[in-house]
Ligand binder design. Sequence first.
Ligand code: PLP
Length: 369
Amino acid sequence: MTSPNPQDARRLWSKKTHDLTPYIPGEQPRDRQFIKLNTNENPYPPAPGVLEALKSFPIEQLKLYPDPTGLKLRTTIAEYYGLPLNQVFAGNGSDEVLAMAFQAFFDYHGDPNTATATKQIVFPDVTYSFYPVYANLYNIPFRRVALNEDFTIPLGDLAAPSAGIILANPNAPTGIALTLDQVANLASADRNRLVIVDEAYIDFGGESAVALLTEFDNILVIQTLSKSRALAGLRVGFAFGDPQLIAALERVRDSFNSYTLDSLAQTCAVAAFEDGNWFESTRAHIMATRQRTTAALERLGFTVLPSAANFIFVSHKRLAGDLLYSQLREAGILVRHFKQPRIEQFLRISIGTDAEMDRLITALETIVS
Ligand SMILES: *Cc1c(COP(=O)(O)O)cnc(C)c1O
């Protein structure tokens, strides 16, 4: 028997798989020691209470399925925000929660390329690059609205008729935050349209739209433990919103995988909230380091966008973005450079420890001089 072109099993792919353009995560080098300022991870370890929870985790519990509803974790975070339990959803990282939200709330309307404006969802042209990936995966038509010249969100364009709004607040990779009033205005523009607010970086200086949930049933807030709680490897994310929005996410989850959050993740996530002092002191420290780094880079001739996140978005008046990226890489410092229109000259630099930022500043001093 001869097999047809055994070299290449891509013939077995679905048409959908052929058409995908997957998200490209930031580099996680394993071979060389870099100062890693490229994926907005927290430079500090998780709260000490998380280690205690891990150590005392009853191993026999792993033979059982985890609690599919994540009751203890949801109760913990509901108390933290003063929300009723039925307004809290927990998932395996906020990326997964976002993917479920796209499925739960946005419709497929035939050919995405010919969809009219009111059938398209909208997001800024410069934002988290997973949004178009999810939209393509689920055939949801979308359009991008251009950020203003100063990289702020064009609120009028974003509020124009559409099938839904998604934005990151603070925005990534710019770090610029909207005020609560601005988010509320977007939600009031059309109460029959959902606004998804991705608050991955909210703990570094923004105002959470959780405060708007009593007034608006058309806001869904999404958060993660990956950045401010230093638990990117644990994969825990949340959604907060009207009970019927949460019910929609549960319907999608339970049509896909009821056990997205494993028992270890649930236990450690609870511990992260119970050990809140660590969170408060590390995030305050990161904000102070951000301020200090911003001032130092401005002295070196960099433009630094005003950031409410654990990263800064910077460009230099003389030196090109790709050059800065590769020279920093040679110096053992990894940052993120996006080969994308409008932001090619920028670097996104995560805020590390003080020692790491000192190394960055020294390296940039050499490169600039
Ligand atoms: C990091 C990030 C996420 C993903 O967080 P996970 O919970 O680790 O999946 C989502 N949105 C934005 C804007 C992010 O930067």
